[in-house]
Design a protein around this ligand. Sequence first.
Ligand code: FPP
Length: 239
Amino acid sequence: MGDSPSSLETGTLKRASGRARHAAIIMDGNGRWAKKRALPRAIGHQRGVEAVRRLVRGIAPMELDCLTLYAFSSENWKRSETEVDDLMNLMRKFIKSDLPEFVANDVQLKIIGDWRSLAPDIVVMLEDALAQTANGSRKLAVALNYGGQNEITRAAVKAAEQGVITTESIAANLDTADLPPLDLLIRTSGEIRLSNFLLWQAAYAEMLFVDTLWPDFKPEHLERALDDFAQRERRYGGR
Ligand code: FPP
């Protein structure tokens, strides 16, 4: 931290950001990765899960307190039944196979989104995974059946029921209320949009759009993104 030379010269209070505590990723490009290789989309998603696994294994030295991943949006139901089934089955397999590793590696699983309306067996599996990882110190938040507008609406309704509607009371009712503030939002595959992800939380987050397709994304890419973040100046609307 500390003032950059340019801010000392101009007498303003610009500061480099320091390390990010919370990064989130819109994991995009599985389908295009598969298409480029004339493979079925399902293989692209499988390789996407491998990229997730690699990343979760690789974050230990990055000093991130929280990594949030957009795994299934509330709009993804519009995909073909086969693709939705593939994604749900990958989720089942991923939780089953990687849960012991989360526990061993001090990872605390968090789920955001309207996940309780997923298939009952997935809900049970996730509840068990949440309970088993509750004491982990590094958070991995997975967005499932997630839509940012829906999250804000649900939070506003709860705040209204509690009788206080303020920025703080809505924030306190978001699915992310117990996660650190979002520092950095990354999207892969060259698309430049938020697709209803973390709309509230992105208010002051830095954004990074990279061309890499998600299955090719490696821990080094995240490391580079975090280095890039550390160089940025955040002003939160000030000068
Ligand atoms: C976007 O690729 C990706 C998704 C819709 C889902 C992301 C899911 C995974 C990485 C696998 C499941 C995750 C876990 C944690 C088990 P796309 O299909 O939109 O790609 P395209 O835009 O190239 O078609």
